[in-house]
Write a protein that binds this ligand. Structure first.
Ligand SMILES: NC(=O)c1ccc[n+]([C@@H]2O[C@H](COP(=O)([O-])OP(=O)(O)OC[C@H]3O[C@@H](n4cnc5c(N)ncnc54)[C@H](O)[C@@H]3O)[C@@H](O)[C@H]2O)c1
Length: 291
């Protein structure tokens, strides 16, 4: 297949989950010319996701990086819905729901019941096994990981994750779609945390241990990694951006997947998540935010 043919084959894209990542993926896809069906079973979350997209493209118009006409076109390409049957016309569906094995397995089964047997189903999971998710649907060769990074509008990387059953054709479509969305795809194997999160999230976890042990303050830990390691933002500010619940799920997946206690989640991380301090999205994490 040529790139053009692959593009034609995936011109209607479904995104399931309208949270931080799903809304970002839907926005970038619409900006790249795709018609998008964005689904969240929670109507309030769907409305918040659509509002986030509108406010983001509005700010591009204000900065004169987009015309008002283009903004209207982009927004008209996104259709919001609360039921998965609306995925029926989609040729590629990207799942971006909560990072929970049981929830994702259920969503995968529901997606497969709503689309054609050939429809490619991608997961934006940060850490769960693509091979295991593929096992939840008929035709596991059409399941692939497309791991976008936060914020989706700015981060260039997509880890394309090949599960044990993923076909070469499926990987080719995931690569072509990521490229059409202006991203740089890198193909990786199906291992817990893939590459980026296997390196990054344990570093965040260690920063949380250091904070809890009183080694340094929150600001100081972040400043040390910005000035000393050249990171654009410190690990604790990054944890707030990613979402502390997401960080905890990834640590748990690494711990479970490798069976190695070096990946045990920091007790302070568990405590903050249990107390609803999830970072930017909840207004409070290692820093305070206006929601
Ligand atoms: N936050 C990050 O920085 C980041 C980065 C890369 C990948 N990811 C991954 O992306 C996925 C989503 O993360 P997020 O940060 O956007 O989470 P989020 O909590 O912001 O959004 C999750 C959304 O999924 C919806 N949802 C839950 N169950 C659903 C169902 N059955 N059907 C439809 N929608 C459902 C929720 O209502 C919510 O709107 C996770 O797998 C996460 O690991 C997150």
């Amino acid at each position: 297949m040529t790139l053009e043919q692959e593009q034609e084959a995936t011109s209607i894209l479904g995104v399931v989950g309208a949270g931080t990542m799903g809304s970002g993926i839907a926005q970038v896809a619409a900006q790249s010319g795709y018609n998008v069906v964005l689904i969240d079973t929670d109507e309030e979350m769907l409305d918040r996701g659509l509002a986030r997209i509108t406010s983001d493209v509005d700010s591009l118009v204000e900065k004169e990086r987009l015309s008002a006409e283009n903004r209207d076109e982009i927004l008209s390409r996104i259709e919001g819905a609360t039921t998965l049957e609306r995925l029926d016309p989609c040729e590629l569906v990207i799942e971006a729901v909560t990072e929970d094995r049981e929830i994702k397995a259920g969503v995968f089964k529901e997606i497969s019941e709503s689309v054609d047997p050939e429809t490619i189903i991608a997961s934006n999971t940060s850490s769960l096994s693509i091979t295991e998710l593929a096992h939840c649907v008929p035709n596991p060769e059409r399941v692939v990981g497309m791991h976008f990074f936060n914020p989706v509008t700015r981060m260039k990387l997509v880890e394309v994750v090949a599960g044990r059953a993923t076909s070469e054709e499926t990987i080719a479509v995931a690569i072509a779609t990521a490229m059409q969305m202006g991203k740089t795809p890198v193909v990786v194997g199906d291992s817990p945390g893939f590459v980026a999160n296997r390196l990054m999230i344990p570093m965040i976890n260690e920063a949380i241990f250091s904070l809890n042990e009183g080694v340094a303050s929150c600001d100081d830990i972040d400043q040390i990694m910005q000035l000393g390691a050249g990171y654009p933002m410190g690990p604790l500010a990054l944890a707030d951006l990613i979402g502390l619940d997401v960080c905890l799920s990834i640590m748990e997946a690494l711990h479970h997947g490798f069976g190695d206690d070096k990946y045990r989640p920091a007790p302070l991380l568990r405590q903050m998540v249990a107390g609803g301090q999830l970072g930017r999205k909840s207004g409070s994490g290692f820093y305070e935010y206006q929601v």
